[in-house]
Design a protein. Structure first.
Ligand SMILES: *Cc1c(COP(=O)(O)O)cnc(C)c1O
Length: 234
């Protein structure tokens, strides 16, 4: 049969996985150590489900309202991580729908997640978001706060710190971005060495459509891709 039955989304998923594999190999890493996340903002659930059908088993959600509207339509084979700014009063709406919150950017938010998880008897995996380029406009902890915060998180019995997340500076040159990713890798080593219960600290979520191959060479274990899978956003 000569007809090509792949949808655009399925094609993009395959190609992205292939490029992740090549970058991993070039860096002496295993492709299986890197997870592809499909970032769903503004994308119709049908397209999201095409990505899941093509083998992507992880979704990234930015907005609480959008997650709630689309949640029922999603193919439930995929896990969902929350990756956007999260107000404390919205935590309760998503707590039972996501398996990880990657965008923990304050202790106040960590406390609220702890409180809500305690209520339903759940342990939530979290990442600390790092404002690695120290941009005024961006949320997240500064790099020099991360070790202290990770030590405080230990007191929260319903949170499990798994690692770090960052969003590179938009418009940065490749060498600048590479240095941010490298700093993130070192920071992960720092928090691992400071936490006795550190076996779970092994996730570095970094790299988006424009720079995920670089992120893989610098140690990313989750790459978060939107436009590269679904095309430009309106
Ligand atoms: C939108 C978004 C992405 C994906 O960006 P693309 O450039 O579309 O790949 C990744 N991470 C976060 C936190 C985002 O908001």
């Amino acid at each position: 049969m000569s007809e090509n039955l792949l949808t655009d989304t399925a094609f993009n998923v395959n190609e992205t996985l292939e490029r992740i594999g090549l970058s991993a190999k070039a860096a002496g890493r295993e492709a299986s150590d890197i997870r592809l996340m499909a970032v769903t903002k503004t994308v119709h659930p049908d397209k999201i489900n095409e990505a899941i059908e093509a083998g992507c088993d992880l979704l990234g959600e930015n907005r609480v309202q959008e997650l709630l509207e689309k949640y029922e339509s999603y193919d439930k084979r995929a896990e969902i991580h929350f990756i956007g700014r999260l107000q404390t009063n919205k935590v309760k709406y998503i707590i039972d729908k996501v398996s990880m919150i990657e965008s923990v950017d304050s202790l106040k938010l960590a406390e609220e997640i702890e409180k809500r998880c305690a209520k339903i008897g759940k342990t939530m995996d979290i990442l600390l978001e790092v404002n690695i380029a120290e941009e005024e406009s961006k949320g997240g902890f500064y790099a020099d706060e991360i070790v202290g915060v990770s030590e405080k998180i230990k007191d929260f019995s319903h949170l499990r710190l798994r690692g770090l997340m960052t969003i590179g500076r938009f418009g940065a040159e490749i060498e600048e971005t590479r240095q941010y990713f490298e700093k993130m890798r070192h920071l992960l080593v720092d928090i691992k060495s400071k936490n006795i219960d550190n076996i779970y600290i092994n996730i570095l979520s970094m790299g988006m459509s424009a720079d995920y191959e670089l992120a893989v060479s610098e140690g990313a274990t989750i790459v978060r891709i939107g436009r590269g899978l679904f095309g430009a956003r309106k």
